[in-house]
Design a protein around this ligand. Structure first.
Ligand code: ATP
Ligand code: MG
Ligand code: MG
Ligand code: MG
Length: 439
């Protein structure tokens, strides 16, 4: 992409309405524009990152054997009356009436709708296990939408639902989700710690939240510092193996890690004092096992091997896709701007032409651009007629992992400058070498 042809409305001033760094940087980098309280347009740069995050979520869900689909944003109130949640959900639910006076709502989550789909089409244990998921916009009329996309009213969520014959199988689905979530967050450059949580309005008795530690997080968390040494890494896992998935769950949840909702000071006191940590965290996902709560209320039954009709065991599993954009920035930035982890960066490298219009510099930039594209990478070429300082500031702000600076002086010696955004280190080298380093 050439910057002169892109739409990147960066702001010079720091917007006063933004209280936390990720919100400020997203506005300044031209990623989002507020449409109304808690509702945002995703401008091209923000949209690109959102799509990258979605792609990682899809890939990891696919690896775990979960099936993608898409349900609508608008739902009929009748389904929610069946589960009893239409009245229970409260003012966070946006209720709508259509022209025929039918009660509708903008979905805050999809347990009812997926259970309805399941009961209409599945009637035998032979079709289980099954996990369906989608990535769809949700609406929750939050009392205090704030911090930009972190607590929006309209937000993008991946929500998945498992259907299993037995409690044991459903707990395997729970463990499988935990493993796939660990992989998902790590690919985004994040450490998200599973913490025992409270089940809230979904109900159920087994649930973990995934929290990214950050001062600006809205949750208070208590944990054993040993937990931050754990990494899933690139180990292989057989998602069908109950034992393997359970072992990962045990490894990642055996140490004390809880949010304030479930915090138990007596238990916490048993953690060696030098390892006790109290901090703040951003909830980027949650997994639930809730058994037959919805299947019983809504009649989602299957025939088991003995010919009995039994309610299926279910769980639901969410990832805050749009919130993750903010969480990644909270975890990875400096005073100049964002520092995108390689896994989600909107472009792989920026090319800065110090002397636009200079025949040699223009040609060298174009050649670099073409080589990067040939390698399957996506460069952003700042080909505007701007001062070097302004170009550098924009690149630092939008946070691409690499910057290649091209100017007539270096070219005379056959070199360009390669700068790493994270370390700030620069090195001169021939253009081909810069391309190899980035790839
Ligand atoms: P919170 O405690 O932050 O209100 P939640 O527990 O109500 O979140 P869940 O029902 O668990 O949310 O939804 C799954 C995920 O969706 C959350 O872990 C979070 O990452 C994301 N999410 C929830 N509410 C919002 C919101 N208002 N804006 C952006 N993302 C959200
Ligand atoms: Mg909430
Ligand atoms: Mg929560
Ligand atoms: Mg939650």
């Amino acid at each position: 992409m050439r910057l002169s042809r892109y739409f990147l409305p960066v702001l010079k001033e720091t917007p006063s309405e933004a209280q936390i760094v990720s919100h400020r940087l997203m506005l300044r980098a031209g990623m989002i524009k507020q449409a109304s309280a808690g509702i945002y347009s995703w401008l091209p740069l923000g949209y690109k990152i959102l799509r990258k995050i979605e792609a990682i979520v899809h890939e990891e869900q696919g690896r775990a054997g979960h099936i993608p689909m898409l349900m609508p944003t608008l739902q009929s109130a009748d389904l929610w009356r069946e589960s009893g949640r239409y009245d229970a959900y409260g003012p966070e639910m946006l209720r709508i009436r259509d022209r025929h006076e039918r009660d509708m709502l903008f979905g805050p989550t999809n347990e009812e709708m997926i259970t309805d789909i399941f009961r209409c089409h599945v009637s035998s244990y032979r079709d289980l296990p099954m996990t369906l998921y989608h990535i769809q916009w949700k609406f929750r009329d939050e009392r205090r939408p704030r911090f930009g996309v972190m607590r929006g009213r309209e937000f993008l969520m991946k929500d998945g639902y498992n259907f299993d014959l037995t409690r044991e199988d459903a707990l395997h689905a729970y463990n499988r989700h935990l493993v796939s979530y660990l992989r998902t967050y790590e690919r985004m450059g994040l450490q998200a710690i599973p913490m025992r949580a409270d089940s809230g309005p979904i109900g159920g008795d087994d649930t973990h939240e995934f929290l990214v530690l950050a001062e600006t997080g809205e949750s208070e968390v208590f944990y054993d510092s040993e937990i931050t040494d754990l990494k899933f890494g690139d180990r292989k896992i057989d998602y069908d193996s109950h034992d393997e998935c359970r072992a990962v769950l045990e490894e990642f949840t055996s140490r004390y890690a809880r949010t304030d909702e479930t915090h138990d000071p007596e238990l916490f006191a048993k953690v060696p004092e030098d390892r006790q940590r109290q901090a703040r965290g951003i909830e980027v996902g949650q997994i639930f096992y809730f058994g037959t709560k919805y299947s019983e209320a809504m009649g989602a039954n299957v025939v088991d091997p003995d010919g009995n009709r039994v309610p299926v065991h279910m769980g639901s599993h969410g990832i805050g896709v749009s919130r993750l954009v903010g969480a990644i920035i909270e975890a990875s930035h400096d005073d100049k701007g964002i520092i995108w982890p390689e896994g989600v960066t909107p472009f792989h490298a920026g090319i800065v032409n110090l002397k636009q219009g200079d025949e040699e510099a223009d040609a060298a930039c174009q050649a670099l651009y073409d080589s990067l594209v040939t390698m399957g990478l996506e460069p952003l070429y700042d080909d505007r007629d701007e001062r070097a300082g302004a170009k550098f500031a924009t690149m630092d702000l939008i946070g691409l992992p690499w910057r290649i600076t091209v100017g007539p002086r270096g070219l005379k010696n056959g070199v360009v400058e390669l700068t790493c955004r994270r370390t700030g280190e620069s090195e001169e080298m021939p253009p081909e070498q810069a391309v190899t380093r980035i790839g």
